[in-house]
Each structure stands twice: as C-alpha cells, then as structure tokens.
Design a protein. Structure first.
Length: 290
C-alpha cells in the first residue's frame, strides 16, 4: 500500500480499489497523521480538557509540546537558550500564553510539534505562516449562554485576583479591574459583557482546519479522523467551577429575556447555530445512505 503526501502536513494511505463501505474502515484508511498541530483555544470551551487529551496522545508519539501554562520555567528557559533568547524567555511564567515573538519562533521549529495558545493571542500573521507550513489547526466552541455562565462563576471564584487579560476587561487606574466588582450578579454580568464573546473569535476562524461545538462525540471525531485514536477518551473534568449550566439559571429566572436576546445578536451565537445545523445535516446525510 503506497503512501502519498497531502496538504496540512499530513500523510495518508492510498485506498485499495475494493473497499467495503464501512464507515470506520473508511476513516481508518483516510486517517491523517499530522506532524504540525496547533490548538486555537477559545476560553471556557473545555479547552483544558481537550488539551489534556491531545497531550496524552501526542507526547508519547514524540511530539514536542509547547504550552507555557503547563511547561516549567526550566523547560521554557532551556528552549530560549537554544534559540539565543534566554533573557526574555527565562522570565516566562508557566501561567501565561506565548507572546507574538515567541509564537513566531515556535512555529518554525522542526519535527512533530503541538502548540497551544488562547484564541486572542494568535495573530493573523501566525496563522498564515502555519498554513504555509501545512499545520493542522483546530478549535472548539461552546453554547454562548453556557460559556457566559461558566466565565461568571470561574471569575467569581477567582475574585480578588486580577482579571484574565485574555478575556479583555478594561484596565483600571491602579491595575486590572476584576469584573465581579463591576457586575451585580449573573444576569448583569451577561448583559454587561456579552460583547466580549465576539472578541474571542479569531479573525481567521473560517480557515481553521477543524471547528466544532465541544461535546464528547465531536472530540472523538477529532481524535479518530485526525489522530487515529478510535478508543473512547474519557478524562476527569478539569478547570471547572460551581456553574450549574445555563438551562438551570434560565429555568430559575436568574437570566432575563433581555440578556438572552443580547446573546442571540452576537456572531458567536450565529456561528454556533451554523455548526449545530451543519452537524445535524451530516448526520442526516449519513443516515440517508442506509
């Protein structure tokens, strides 16, 4: 069976002329084995969970893992020394994203790579270069009202700390303003900060290789079709809060109609609705063949 090179830094096996029309075998034969992988992590969309799954799969296969939220300072400093950048990179804290200069260097690294950064800290120039180098890029979204509830409780439980700069809250005169000091409860938080949803979407969202709403099934689709992992991946929940889900707060009248209407006017909401319709149509198309 011969091997051909395809786009997106991948390899696949040529399909024999006679192939039983079995869906699993079909994807086994067409399974991409990516050598350059980049996770465009949109906040509070199960990204920590997804990253843990990819980390467990790719590192044992020899991938170099670039995520400063989980790399030690020593690892980051060592990589910086190798690139003549010890002074700036040795100061990198393991609880922040890569900056633009660092990303530009990492993208050019040789060999199998898996890079993580939050969506607001990828620049268009990085994405264009990754396309030229045939990276496989992916991200997950989440129902926007659920995302807002999750963000509210996540920040509430961090109250007293600085706000997350990736979320984009305005700076105060004496440092970052924690949004809990600016919002009167969940509903007020949603009404005040819904505009932030669209800023979480990178400008190149339509060009990302794989974009879906997060659920366990869609994670399994990512792993099986693109990383040849067909066994179910079930990990403990990670980076959670006391959030009970948007449906609970809607049913208990904690979220007003006005707040829900604000959500529906966002591009984020429209994109999620499009992805739901797309997934449903794919299921319908599959069923029509049986």
């Amino acid at each position: 069976m011969s091997v051909r090179r395809m786009g997106m830094g991948s390899t696949f096996f040529r399909v024999p002329q006679r192939l039983e029309l079995d869906e699993k075998k079909f994807f086994d034969y067409f399974c991409y084995v990516h050598q350059k992988v980049a996770f465009i992590h949109i906040q509070k969309c199960a990204g920590t969970y997804v990253d843990a799954a990819l980390r467990a799969i790719l590192i044992p296969q020899g991938f170099r893992y670039f995520n400063p939220w989980y790399m030690t300072r020593a690892q980051i400093s060592s990589w910086g020394r190798d690139r003549g950048s010890e002074e700036s990179l040795s100061k990198a804290h393991y609880r922040r994203d890569w900056n633009h200069t660092e990303l530009g260097r990492i993208i050019e690294e040789k060999g199998p790579l898996y890079i993580h950064n939050h969506s607001k800290n990828w620049a268009q120039i990085h994405f264009k270069r990754m396309q030229e180098l045939e990276y496989f890029t992916f991200c997950f979204l989440r129902e926007p009202l659920d995302l807002m509830c999750s963000m509210y409780f996540f920040l509430l439980e961090k109250s007293g700390e600085s706000s997350d700069p990736a979320w984009g809250f305005p700076p105060g005169k004496e440092g970052p303003i924690h949004p809990m000091g600016m919002a009167d409860g969940l509903n007020d938080f949603i009404e005040r900060y819904t505009y932030n949803l669209d800023t979480l979407l990178p400008p190149f969202i339509s060009e990302i290789s794989f974009v879906k709403l997060f659920n366990q099934n869609n994670l399994q689709i990512l792993l099986s079709r693109h990383f040849d992992v067909h066994d179910a991946i079930m990990l403990p929940k990670i980076n959670t809060s006391s959030n009970r889900g948007s449906s609970h707060y809607v049913n208990e009248n904690f979220i007003s109609d006005k707040a829900q209407e604000k959500i529906k006017k966002t591009l984020f909401f429209r994109l999620c609705e499009f992805l739901k319709e797309k997934d449903a149509s794919q299921v319908d198309n599959c069923l029509s063949h049986y």
